[in-house]
Design a protein around this ligand. Structure first.
Ligand SMILES: Nc1nc2c(ncn2[C@@H]2O[C@H](COP(=O)(O)OP(=O)(O)OP(=O)(O)O)[C@@H](O)[C@H]2O)c(=O)[nH]1
Ligand SMILES: [Mg+2]
Length: 603
């Protein structure tokens, strides 16, 4: 059987999953309404978080497709896929044009020598600018140093949502066959007759986990044939060798996996039975074969500590609260979350309470998704403020930078530019767009941390901000911190509307009335300067009227409730974010004013 292997790549929201879903539907692999975005968090947030495999059959050819996430924080999901496929569909929104993540994924593809097929999607949008988009894509190819062959890309125009594609704008079409035909025509067959008869070589590019059969490796068969129960040799990229035995074997069809006895060169398979297999290793038949080159992935950019929850409310909501349970959960995460790194420091006995794990990730969302998954599973923990990873190379201090593209209405561009400048963002490009301006900045990740929340407020929710990693560059020195102080409760009890009503004049509250607070919990911010100790449980002193009765009548401004991302963004150096299945709270590391003062003195 002939096979083609492709990945679908794009900036976030440009329509990758919609296109994949429609391709599956039209080729009869799935029922209408079935989507590749199947994980609970993906459905809730409407974004793809994990890259996923499927295949469709068209004109007797099997097309293996990897749908990838577009958000910059999940870039490692894309990187590891690209090495194992033969071409990409570069999907670009016909209105937005190429965006930061378009550039990132295209750059990675071109570097690997892939020849992308360009899909200009969403041509039905009233503000679509098809020709402009095509021109911008061409410029991007040029900027990224595409070869002549890569520059000579094929373009397909699509409305993924309606399941149609065409070779020329003027063509009539009501299905995706023109795109499928381009794939058959332009993507080289996944294997040749010679490769099929060589000894086996498979390289995993993704890992999965199944509660019954354990770790699963998803990989491409470069050469040879693999069968269930085969004894194999596994080689690390450096040549280190061990043996293993193939367990169950699957291929992909629609959104499900299909057990097979045998699979052949060119195909993408999922393999059980190799409990210690890792991405980039080579599964082969014979120890004399060469290992395939390693799969490289950009390093993490931020880190933070995960700790046992020791707040006064610890243990109220969670099922899993001990340091050991957190450790085991993090170790499991490492098996599948390739962009993540974790240090498990070994502490002397008896210091259990101080245990922490240092987690390194690709961005605030990357970490927030891990925390969200953990709290849903019943974990309770607290985390420290994310900080940027600083490297040193030949005596020079380096820090990670991001390229940030901002689309804002004209009237909010001033405040955005001002705030970005304060955070050491440099303007690289500024162009008027139909509804406002598009500004490209380069900014240290350190400066950008926590900015997203402010950006939403400053642009009244009308701005779009997207980022992509621009590599490590020389450290730019100190960056002015946020001017907001924290409003810290000095008592424990139930917050009363009366006190909150007085406090809301001082800043923004994170809690509403009747929320239980503890001493040292951060309940809001203070617009002016330093932290402020407050008493949120004080009732009105009344002689002949019940306090609670009059309390009801008070109308409070709705609180700015702390979500994981907001919390990670606004928290300060001396604070923890307490994460439980039911609550997310911000607190001071030291709960009493006395301890905080002492800690400051020691510093
Ligand atoms: N108007 C229009 N909207 C579309 C089209 N294709 C997709 N969309 C919409 O665009 C939004 C994003 O689509 P997705 O397919 O989830 O985008 P994605 O690229 O997979 O996003 P991530 O995986 O999160 O990066 C959805 O609301 C789709 O309905 C199209 O051709 N036209
Ligand atoms: Mg998607």
């Amino acid at each position: 059987m002939e096979i083609r292997n492709i990945a679908i790549i794009a900036h976030v929201d440009h329509g990758k999953t919609t296109l994949t879903d429609r391709l599956m539907q039209q080729t009869g692999m799935t029922e209408p309404g079935v989507s590749m975005d199947s994980n609970a968090l993906e459905l809730e947030r409407g974004i793809t978080i994990y890259s996923k495999n499927t295949s469709v059959m068209y004109k007797g050819v099997k097309i293996n497709i990897v749908d990838t996430p577009g958000h910059a924080d999940f870039g490692s999901e894309v990187e590891r896929v690209l090495r194992s496929i033969d071409s990409v569909l570069l999907v670009v929104d016909a209105q937005e044009g190429p965006m930061p993540q378009t550039k990132f994924v295209l750059k990675k593809s071109l570097e690997l020598g892939l020849k992308p097929i360009v899909v200009i999607n969403k041509i039905d949008k009233p503000a679509a600018r098809v020709e402009w988009t095509l021109e911008k894509i061409y410029e991007l190819f040029l900027d990224l140093g595409a070869s002549d062959e890569q520059l000579d890309f094929t373009t397909v125009y699509a409305i993924a949502r309606q399941g149609l594609a065409k070779r020329n704008m003027a063509d009539e079409s009501d299905n995706l066959n023109p795109l499928l035909d381009v794939i058959l025509e332009k993507v080289k067959p996944a294997s040749s007759a010679e490769e099929a008869i060589l000894p086996l070589r498979i390289q995993p590019f993704n890992l999965a986990y199944d509660n019954f059969i354990g770790r699963l490796a998803i990989g491409r068969i470069y050469e040879g044939t693999v069968r269930q129960a085969d004894t194999v040799i596994i080689k690390k990229p450096d040549g280190e060798t061990r043996t293993g035995k193939i367990g169950k074997l699957f291929t992909f069809a629609g959104i499900s996996r299909k057990e097979v006895k045998v699979a052949e060169a060119g195909d993408i398979v999922m393999i059980a039975g190799l409990p210690d297999i890792y991405i980039g290793e080579t599964i082969c038949a014979d120890a004399s074969q060469f290992a395939l080159p390693a799969i490289s992935i950009d390093p993490p950019t931020i880190s933070l500590n995960f700790l046992v929850n020791n707040s006064p409310f610890a243990g109220r909501d969670g099922k899993y609260v001990t340091s050991r349970q957190i450790k085991e959960r993090l170790e499991r995460e490492l098996e599948v979350n390739v962009g993540l790194k974790i240090d498990f420091p070994r502490l002397p006995d008896g210091q259990g309470a101080g245990d922490y794990y240092k987690v390194y990730g690709r961005g605030e969302l990357h970490i927030a998704i891990l925390l969200e998954n953990m709290r849903r599973e019943g974990f309770e923990l607290q985390v420290s403020q994310p900080t940027v990873i600083i490297k040193e190379e030949s005596g020079v201090k380096l820090e990670p930078f991001e390229e940030v593209t901002i689309d804002v209405p004209q009237e909010s561009s001033g405040v955005v530019i001002e705030k970005m400048a304060k955070r050491k963002g440099l303007i690289k490009e500024m162009n008027p767009e139909h509804a406002g301006v598009r500004i490209v900045f380069e900014i240290p990740v350190r400066g950008l941390l926590g900015y997203r929340n402010e950006f939403v407020v400053d642009t009244r929710g009308e701005g779009i901000i997207s980022t992509h990693m621009a590599g490590f560059k020389p450290h730019v020195g100190e960056i002015a911190k946020s001017e907001l102080g924290s409003m810290v409760s000095m008592v424990s009890g139930k917050a009363l509307a009366f006190s909150l009503w007085n406090l809301q004049e001082r800043g923004t509250l994170y809690i509403g009335a009747n929320v239980e607070v503890y001493e040292g919990m951060v309940i809001g911010n203070v617009a002016k300067g330093n932290d402020l100790e407050v008493n949120p449980i004080k009732g009105k002193q009344l002689t002949n009227m019940r306090a609670s009765g009059s309390d009801e009548a008070i109308r409070l401004t709705p609180p700015y409730e702390i979500s994981l991302e907001r919390g990670l963004g606004i928290m300060k150096e001396d604070e923890y974010l307490e994460v439980t299945p039911k609550n997310i709270r911000l607190r001071k590391m030291y709960l009493t004013k006395n301890d905080r003062t002492k800690a400051l003195r020691v510093k």
